[in-house]
Structures are given as structure tokens and as C-alpha cells.
Design a protein around this ligand. Structure first.
Ligand code: CA
Length: 478
């Protein structure tokens, strides 16, 4: 864990005395920041990461004009904790956010003591918006508009059906009758806290709202921060027929639909880029694209990585990612060193010239200079990940090229540079390294907070009586 280090905005932008920076640009204004987050998107389900069957031409074009991060890690292999980490800059485990927040419980959410990235950017004069999935608390004090977002259009829960016309009537009828527990994935979309009547396929709706937000931002004197958090391609697997038809080459029906969902996101990104260009914002907008966790292996493709969503194997939390900013982020480049989503907070707040609150705890670091110079931002640092299963824990840690992982019953050791597929267990050849890394992970696990929300009373009792109930035996090497 580290505290925010102060960096000068000019240094952050790579500018030098005299007012000229990279590529001779005159001193640049603060960038707009657009984070496009997909949900459960497989590592290899975008063309820029090698997809052969899902066309994503618009994402691929941006990726090619930017830097593709091939070793980007979400902080957790499921949605809620991963998103909490992205917006707080903290590990979900030191935050008490190890689990998804259960539905229909307004008392739970990410602590209001945590100042979100959106809030520090808003305080720095940014026009801020979130479109799509929230998943960080449903009570009033936890809502996006209370956490630094000027504009919110989307839903609060972890998943949502995509065709409003198919569920809206029934949902509205039940809501009018006072039923507060309609299926959470059929709730109306909210616009700044109020129910809205959506009619479009949800991915298209969020793309439409993004275009609208960019238009509004163009009328202001402020830079913007837009967190475009598509719920696609998270289940339910629902796609438009016209997109499904374009994926006819995919034989598996489920994958065909999933591919159509991804393709629709890609088209949405085209609309967003067109809006940036038509408003003149494109040249000064930093775009970061990523997924919140790995794809579900039944229909997503995390090749060449092993495992998928919920796993501490690479396929669970190593996600597709690129950074794009014309003339600033190097084009046509692959960045193979680790990038953490927890790095966004210190890095983006710094780029924005924002003030991070005194004492704010951050588990990622400022990586801008390293990203530009193609240097490892995390040398000799342990990069841990945990997935609490029913009655046991999966855990892993990466240190430089080495990864110690317990996924299931036994500890294993991999050299990720030689073996990114985690196929060749080297624990017997390197018992001391194995032992040291397990010891480091055990030490880290002892810094965890009790979960701030949890599914059942029974589990809550277990956590009360034992600080880490699911760790029993986890750090035994036998
Ligand atoms: Ca997810």
C-alpha cells in the first residue's frame, strides 16, 4: 500500500520547460478522459487481442493508434469488487469490498469515506458522467451522483436485460403496485436518480447517451471525465437479430449471440469516436478501453490464458486494454509490463491536475511516465488477487515474471514470461521461491478488512469470529 505521490502536471504530460512536449505539441490543456469498460469481455474477444471470429474494427483502429496493454490486471475476477477498485484506487480486500453487493439492500455500498476518482476529477473542474452499470451501492448516499458524477444514466445492479420492451410493462405494473423487489435486471434505467423510460437495446442506449454527454461537454469550458460502463457482454446473453445475423460464421449459438453483443459495443465506440471528432474533442481525449474481469469460458475466449471469470488464473483477471491519445500515447505499440486498474486513480487524477485528499490510501501507483517510456511500472512488486469460493479461497500473486497460484487444492508456480498459459508448474524446481511468495501473500492477506457486505447471516457470523474464515489451510504448502 502506498500514498499518493505528488507529481507536477507538466511532468506528467511529458512537457518540458518552454511549453513544448511530445511531438512538439504546444502546452496542452488538461485532457478529457474517457474510460470505456466492458463487462465480462474475454481477453481474446477483440480483434486487437487476436480474435478471429468477432469483428471489432473500430476498437482495433483505436488500439492500433494507441498502446495495447497485454498484461493489464483487474483487481478482482468479478464485477463489483473490480469496479470498486477502479474508482477507489484500492484493493477490494483492504476496502471490505470482496464480494458483489447483494441486491435490494440500501444499507450496503462502498464506504462514503472513500473519495472516488470521479469526485477528485469533479473537484478539479471536470464535467463528469457515468453511463451504464454501477454496482457499488443502491442506497442514496452510495449513488453515482453522490460520488462525484454530474450525470448518471444507467442501472445500479450487477446485470441487466437488454431489450426494455420485453420487460418494461411487467416491471412498471409491479412498481406501480408498490412491489420494490422486481427482478433486479428488469429495473428501469435511472437518470440522475429518477426512473427513465428506455426503449432501445441497452448497449445502443448507452452509446446514444455517450454521444449526448460528449455534446453537452462541448458546450462547457470544462474538460470531461466519462466512465462509459457498458454492461455488455455480461449475461443475459441477448443480442439484436441484425448483429446475430452478421455473426453467421460462428456455429455455437451462445457464442454467436455473445459475439453479436461485442460487435454492438464496437459500433457504439465508433459512434462515440465520431462524436469526439465532430465536437473537436478527439485530439485531446485520453481513451482507455478495458474489461472488468475475464470472460465466461462457456462462450467467451480468453486465449491463450487459462481460466475465466471468478478465477485467479490469468483468464480471470488479465483483461484486454488499450490507451489512446493522439500524439501523446505512443501509437502502434504493445506494452507488455503489468498495468493495474488500481493505477488509474493516481495516474488519471495526476493528469487532470486533481488534488487527491490527504491520507487517501491507494494500492496502485502513478504509471504515466513508465507507460510512455515503455518501462515496468511494477518491478519487484507483488500483484495479488483473491477469489473467495464457497468454504475455501483461491489466491495468487505475481512478482516480476513469477506467479504463485492456488486455484483449487494445491499451490503451483509459473513463469509467466515463458508460460503465460500457466501450463508448466515449476514449484518443484523452485521450492524456495514458492515458499517466499506464499509467505508474502499470507502477509498481504492479513491486511484485509472484514467484508462490508456479505450474502448470508451464516457467513457474516463466520467472519465475525474469525478474521479470515476462508483462509484455513490456504497458505499450507503441502
Ligand atoms: Ca464483470
Amino acid at each position: 500500500m502506498m500514498r499518493m505521490r505528488p507529481h507536477n502536471i507538466l511532468l506528467a504530460l511529458g512537457l518540458v520547460a518552454g511549453g513544448f512536449g511530445l511531438n512538439g505539441r504546444a502546452e496542452a490543456p488538461r485532457p478529457n478522459i474517457l474510460v470505456i469498460l466492458c463487462d465480462d469481455l474475454g481477453y481474446a474477444d477483440v480483434g486487437f487481442n487476436g480474435s478471429k471470429d468477432i469483428p471489432t474494427p473500430h476498437l482495433d483502429a483505436l488500439a492500433k493508434q494507441g498502446t495495447i496493454c497485454t498484461t493489464a490486471y483487474a483487481a478482482h475476477p468479478v464485477c463489483g469488487p473490480s469496479r470498486a477498485a477502479l474508482l477507489t484506487g484500492r484493493s477490494p480486500h483492504t476496502l471490505g469490498g470482496q464480494f458483489n453487493i447483494p441486491y435490494f439492500n440500501h444499507q450496503w455500498g462502498v464506504s462514503t469515506k472513500e473519495v472516488f476518482l470521479s469526485k477528485v476529477l469533479q473537484d478539479a473542474g471536470y464535467f463528469t458522467g457515468i453511463l451504464g452499470k454501477w454496482h457499488l451501492g443502491e442506497g442514496h448516499e452510495f449513488l453515482p451522483n453522490q460520488r462525484g458524477f454530474d450525470e448518471f444514466y444507467g442501472h445500479l445492479g450487477g446485470g441487466h436485460k437488454y431489450f426494455p420492451e420485453k420487460y418494461r410493462k411487467e416491471a412498471e405494473k409491479r412498481l406501480e403496485a408498490g412491489d420494490t423487489k422486481i427482478p433486479p435486471n428488469t429495473t428501469p434505467q435511472l437518470r440522475n436518480g429518477k426512473n427513465a423510460r428506455e426503449t432501445e437495446y441497452l448497449t445502443d442506449a448507452f452509446s446514444r447517451e455517450a454521444v449526448s454527454f460528449i455534446g453537452k461537454a462541448a458546450e462547457r469550458e470544462q474538460p470531461f471525465f466519462l466512465y462509459l460502463a457498458y454492461n455488455a457482454p455480461h449475461s443475459p446473453i441477448e443480442a439484436k437479430q441484425e448483429d446475430i445475423d452478421k455473426m453467421a460464421q460462428i456455429k455455437d449459438k451462445m457464442r454467436r449471440k455473445y459475439a453479436a453483443m461485442v460487435h454492438c459495443v464496437d459500433y457504439g465506440v465508433k459512434r462515440v469516436v465520431d462524436a469526439l471528432k465532430s465536437t473537436g474533442a478527439y485530439e485531446n481525449t485520453l481513451i482507455i478501453f478495458l474489461s472488468d474481469n475475464g470472460g465466461i469460458t462457456r462462450f467467451a475466449d480468453n486465449t491463450p490464458l487459462k481460466g475465466g471469470k471468478r478465477d485467479v488464473l490469468e483468464g480471470g483477471y488479465r483483461v484486454p486494454m488499450f490507451w489512446h491519445w493522439p500524439g501523446v500515447i505512443p501509437a502502434d505499440r504493445t506494452f507488455a509490463y503489468p498495468v493495474l486498474t488500481m493505477d488509474f486513480y493516481p495516474t488519471l487524477s495526476n493528469l487532470a491536475g486533481a488534488t487527491v485528499p490527504e491520507g487517501k490510501m491507494l494500492d496502485g501507483k502513478y504509471i504515466w511516465s513508465d507507460l510512455l517510456k515503455n518501462q515496468n511500472p511494477h518491478p519487484d512488486e507483488l500483484i495479488p488477487v483473491i477469489s473467495h469460493r464457497s468454504k475455501y479461497t483461491d489466491i495468487a500473486g505475481r512478482l516480476n515474471e513469477w506467479k504463485a497460484v492456488r486455484s483449487g487444492l494445491h499451490w503451483q508456480l509459473y513463469n509467466l514470461e515463458q508460460d503465460p498459459c500457466e501450463a508448466n508448474d515449476l514449484s518443484r524446481q523452485h521450492p524456495e521461491r514458492m515458499k517466499d511468495m506464499v509467505t508474502m501473500l499470507n502477509k498481504w492477506a492479513n491486511t484485509h478488512e472484514m467484508p462490508a457486505w456479505i450474502y448470508s447471516d451464516e457467513e457474516r457470523e463466520r467472519w465475525k469470529h474469525n478474521p479470515n474464515p476462508w483462509f484455513e489451510g490456504t497458505f499450507d504448502l503441502q
